[in-house]
Unconditional design. Sequence first.
Length: 544
Amino acid sequence: MGLYPGSMNPDPSPKKSALHWKVLIGMALGAVVGLVMQATLAAPAWVGASFESADNGGVRVASITAGSPAAKTGLKVGSTWRLAILRRGADERSAEDDVLLQTPEDVQRALELASNGEVIWFMPAREGTSQSAEWSKDEEGARPMAATIEPGSPRDTWIYPFALVADVFMALLKMLIVPLVLASIVSGVAGVGNMKDLRRLGKKTFFYYMMTSVLAIMVGQILVNIFVPGEGARLGLVMPDVVPEGNGMREFIEVIKRMVPPNIFSSLQDNGAMLSIIFFALVFGWAITRTADPHGKRLREIFASFLEVMMTMAKGVLTLLPYGVFALMVKVVATTGLAPFKALLLYMMVVTLALLVHALVTLPLLLRFVGKVSPIKWAKAMAPALFTAFSTSSSSMTLPVTMETVEHRGRVSNKVTSFTLPLGATVNMDGTALYECIGVIFLAQYYASVGGNPLGLGQQAFVVILALLASVGAAGIPSAGLVMMLTILAALRLPVEGAALLLAVDRPLDMLRTVVNVWSDTCAAAVVSRSEGEEGPLDPIVGA
């Protein structure tokens, strides 16, 4: 795959250069197989709730299984419901989209009509509610329920082997995260040299990450205000009379507190404790630079050897990359299909457009004029990392691939790579920050259209700050941005239930924003490398 860590000699193996094409083929085949399974194999819906006919009409919730999807929807045992609406996020609906609930079999029929992952809105049984009722009369008191694949169904049986391969592959990537981050940051900081070099490299890296995140958020804020996707949207959410007090700033203070690990050995057991691990690694690497030889030298050599071993392990795992990506795509597409993409289309288009603008305009301009690197050539060299980010939806899990790709195909020095990329996988989330800003303002626009107050410029500026802080604190795992969005909504005193609705279309957006996150990390490595006077990046491109 180009170069060995720490060396500048090309790897003579020509077969490694085709990895990104194998990954792309694996993605395409996985999507096709998943769609075929989605279209041909039945998947009865199961929600973990049982229903019975109510005496006064409609159906009553008879029982709810603890921990099931139904237990998370707000449905309560004994509550009565009369209507199920399958469409959401559309301006119009017809009677064909509704199921009148009179018997438990009607509930099962509604769930079977819904594709897996689609949200069904249950309307309460009350006077005047029927299939011909207007939406404005139906939406009050509605409760969502997400359809899921029933264990043991034909589709579940066929998905299982692909899910097994995908889970094992993801576990292999997770296995590398903590030791690779620890070894790379300690080795990178300890190997930088004197404190002047360390401060210079750290300042450049942090300045780049904060600058690109702010630029990404501003792109999202501008586009969501131009297209206004939330105004007039039919989401079935009601602005409550009393909105609970948010505690968003308290959450961010807790994030800062968690940066300092009270027990580093406990943090090393948790992939979600990346901020703590990075903080410890930075301090430990700095301490090595301040320790007199032979002790400092010994530790530098130990961690350099440790990093070499971890990179060798990463290379072994990367040989399985095309097969892991294939299994992941089959699992995702066969499970969700294309149904979740039908709703909230304008919202998805705005998020996608903002991600494209940042990835294809903002970052390439920085590469060209600041890093003096060809954006097209750099994107071609970074293909394996970008494809992996798209399929895993996790910048942390992609980190081994990113480090291998940047150093060996992009020819960035080990000193810069081992410092910028592990740090970027945790604190540099351009796509996530952009997504959180758009998602929160989108929901605020909707709530304003149903009786709430619109966000003023001051509140939107507050959203920008919160999105920046939330993106720093977000874990590099799938759908982490959606979790952090809840904090922003609470801080703005907006109902957090709206974020749950966005979960139906989160997966494709999560895949796209992870690509932007990783793309920005690689651009940071190139820009910082050039600023340090390195001539390596893309001169020539290895494996191109």
